[in-house]
Design a protein around this ligand. Structure first.
Ligand code: 5GP
Ligand code: MN
Length: 328
């Protein structure tokens, strides 16, 4: 129903902006390109603009050259009739691209975060969807536009990255059915996996080794956490982006129920926290406590403190949550 409504609304507008969250990843970029392809089949003019650049491991995606990043004077002058905002629980998550809005454009909010704030003129929020890619796939089906190979590959990458290659708790039978159909479009899963996960620099793995040798855990082993400081990045000449999936290695620890990754940003005055849950602890709630959000099993927040203080605050809150869980 809502899909049909969105497709009807799309027909009413001509110039579209497609934007996703700051530090975009596979689901954002894959969904954006597929969405743009769908809109182009309706004869619409489309610009894909994000606040931050495309991560290097997505450079192989067909259509990646159409994804713009940053706002310069030339971009600021552009006006749109409608904005499709993908994979963003709040409007703030689009970062500086927000400067392009506010000229009366119609806002279409398509997302799968449980913490979504329904900021659009129309809001399609499905937190049962593994990814926004799965939702864009639904739009193709709803519109009876046949999938093209490029869109199939982009949607495949969106689903694959947001499900951790089909193993996170958001992976469903529907996810696999869609993936099975997408694979018929000449997608090579081995190659895609290699592009996405097996393109780490030597320095990145050395940093991962350092991180793993400094892992910390609570006495009962249920909470495991690790840190990356500015100094560690500088020493290895690496960017924050290169550490994005370090948490996937740490969640392998047996007995860990909640895993946290603390990253120093903004010259040590701010800490970006990534949270993952492997049990019945809702890390979206935990992230919300610090003004963030996300999903039940994967969320994030920003704590405006130095590393030491942020760590203390996080540990205190986690302890409280584990105690509350014990009390039932
Ligand atoms: P990650 O830890 O990989 O950055 O993000 C995990 C999930 O939490 C993603 O779905 C992401 O959108 C969400 N998330 C991460 N950081 C923040 C944040 O600072 N604010 C909000 N609202 N969500 C976040
Ligand atoms: Mn997503």
């Amino acid at each position: 129903m809502i899909k049909k409504q969105i497709l009807e609304i799309i027909k009413q507008y001509q110039r579209f902006l497609i934007v996703a969250h700051i530090h975009p990843e596979g689901d954002s970029i894959g969904s954006q390109i597929a969405m743009a392809n769908l809109l182009k089949t309706f004869g619409k003019s489309v610009r894909i603009i994000n606040a931050d650049a495309v991560p290097g491991n997505l450079a192989f995606l067909p259509g990646i050259e159409t994804v713009e990043s940053g706002i310069d004077a030339a971009v600021e002058d552009i006006t749109f009739d409608a904005a499709v905002i993908l994979d963003c629980p709040t409007l703030e998550r689009i970062g500086k691209v927000k400067q392009l809005l506010g000229k009366g454009e119609y806002i279409i909010n398509i997302d799968h975060h449980i913490s979504n704030e329904h900021f659009g003129n129309i809001n399609w929020v499905d937190f049962k969807a593994s990814s926004v890619g799965e939702m864009v796939y639904g739009l193709f089906k709803g519109s009876n536009i046949p999938l093209d190979g490029a869109s199939a590959q982009c949607i495949y990458v969106a689903i694959m990255t947001d499900t951790g290659s089909f193993h996170y708790s958001n992976t469903t039978a529907a996810t696999h059915k869609i993936a099975a159909e997408l694979l018929q479009y000449n997608i090579n899963p081995t190659k895609v996996y290699e592009y996405i996960y097996e393109t780490k620099s030597f320095e990145t793995l050395k940093l991962l080794a350092e991180v793993l040798s400094n892992l910390q855990r609570s006495k009962d082993g249920k909470f495991v956490w690790f840190k990356v400081t500015d100094a560690m990045l500088k020493r290895n000449k690496l960017s924050h982006q290169s550490t994005d999936d370090f948490i996937d290695f740490v969640r392998m620890v047996e007995g860990a129920e909640v895993v946290a990754f603390l990253r120093e940003v903004s010259h040590g005055n701010t800490v970006k926290v990534s949270l993952r849950s492997k049990t019945d602890i809702d890390v979206n709630k935990l992230a919300k406590h610090f003004g963030g959000g996300g999903h039940y099993a994967a969320s994030g927040c920003v704590i405006e403190k130095n590393m030491e203080e942020a760590e203390k605050l996080l540990l205190r809150q986690i302890k409280k949550i584990f105690q509350e869980q014990k009390q039932g």
